[in-house]
Design a binder for this molecule. Structure first.
Ligand code: ADP
Ligand code: MG
Length: 326
């Protein structure tokens, strides 16, 4: 696979848009996105072409609360449509903030968000065991009614109540990838696969159809990075990198690991399923399938992360000591 050496897929974590304990207000989201775009502009100023992707957990959570609260007034918005709505919503905010940040640096680039569908397999084992909690905590009686009437899967989380679980299947392909390529060819900054993309199934007759599931945003980012032949995958989050013994006195952040070192680690180290696990596996998948290098680092370290000077860098086994640098 010939990689485009300037192209980097950047996966923005929750903190790029909303910090923990914030109330999901739009002033806060705009402030955070503005700060995030400063980081993206630094990459562009250095000659990289970022392709952006982002999470959408809190925003979909808000839509699902609205569904519950307005259920006697309007039909509920299905989960696939919530995914599409939040791609537009977050994409719009990033487009505006990025344009403004570019302009302030005397730079100009076309910026566009693509409402992205991600192909998943109806036979993916994930459909048999929903694991991804979504939406508000509700009382046991409501959960039992939904399990009975709508055949949904719910689980009791804690004293706050019950939550619905949906499957988290693997992304197999990106339906709009040709459009993403066309925009990249004219030098655009593209925002795609937001919230992991809207998961769709392909029916035997070839038709696409939205499905109630959530594709992990880091796995979708790895898929996107492979499909656009990016040289690097950059996963930006709220910790300095990947730690072994995370949260223990012996905790240590990893600096640079080769694919085979990471293979060993994935066997030994129980990376958390809902947070660091998907990032480490996305980094592994990307480098394993022919990508150049993957970095997991703090949002503020984006450029240093790409240069291999911050965060955790995952490289192929035959990588030279020098990392990706322009
Ligand atoms: P994002 O929104 O960026 O995807 P997540 O909350 O999903 O963020 O993942 C980042 C979080 O993963 C960190 O805030 C940290 O608390 C947690 N984490 C779990 N295990 C590890 C680990 N081994 N090393 C570093 N962080 C970890
Ligand atoms: Mg996450």
């Amino acid at each position: 696979m010939r990689l485009d050496e300037h192209r980097i897929v950047v996966a923005l974590g929750g903190n790029a848009i909303l910090r923990s304990k914030q109330l999901n207000s739009y002033t806060e989201q705009y402030d955070n996105i503005r700060r995030t775009c400063e980081q993206i502009v630094q990459l562009i100023a250095e000659g990289y072409q970022p392709v952006l992707t982002h999470g959408n957990g809190p925003q979909v959570g808000t839509l699902l609360i609205q569904n519950e609260a307005a259920s006697h007034l309007v039909p509920a918005v299905p989960l696939d449509v919530c995914g599409a709505e939040t791609q537009g919503q977050i994409g719009y905010m990033i487009q505006q903030a990025l344009k403004n940040a570019l302009r302030a640096r005397g730079l100009a680039r076309p910026v566009a968000s693509i409402v992205t569908q991600v192909l998943v397999d109806a036979d993916d084992p994930a459909f048999a065991t929903p694991v991804k909690p979504i939406g508000p905590f509700l009382p046991r009686a409501v959960a039992e009614q939904r399990m009975r009437d709508k055949r949904e899967v719910w689980t009791e989380v804690d004293a706050r109540g019950w939550r619905k679980l949906v499957p988290s299947p693997q992304p197999l392909g990106i339906v709009e990838v040709d459009v993403v390529h066309a925009l990249l060819d004219v030098g655009a900054v593209v925002i795609a696969c937001g919230g992991g993309g809207v998961p769709v199934l392909r029916r035997p007759d070839g038709r696409f159809e939205g499905v109630e599931a959530v594709v992990d945003k880091d796995s979708a980012a790895a898929r996107l990075a492979l499909e656009v032949r990016a040289a690097a995958l950059l996963i930006l989050t709220d910790v300095p990198g990947v730690a072994v013994d995370f949260g223990k006195p012996t905790q240590q952040f990893l600096r640079r690991v080769t694919l085979s070192e990471l293979e060993g680690l994935l066997v030994r180290e129980p990376f958390s399923a809902g947070s660091m696990g998907p990032k480490v596996r996305a980094a592994y998948r990307f480098v394993h399938d022919g990508g150049g290098q993957a970095t997991i680092c703090a949002l503020e370290d984006a450029l240093e992360g790409v240069r291999g000077r911050a965060g955790t860098l995952v490289v192929p086994n035959d990588a030279m000591q020098l990392s990706f640098q322009m």
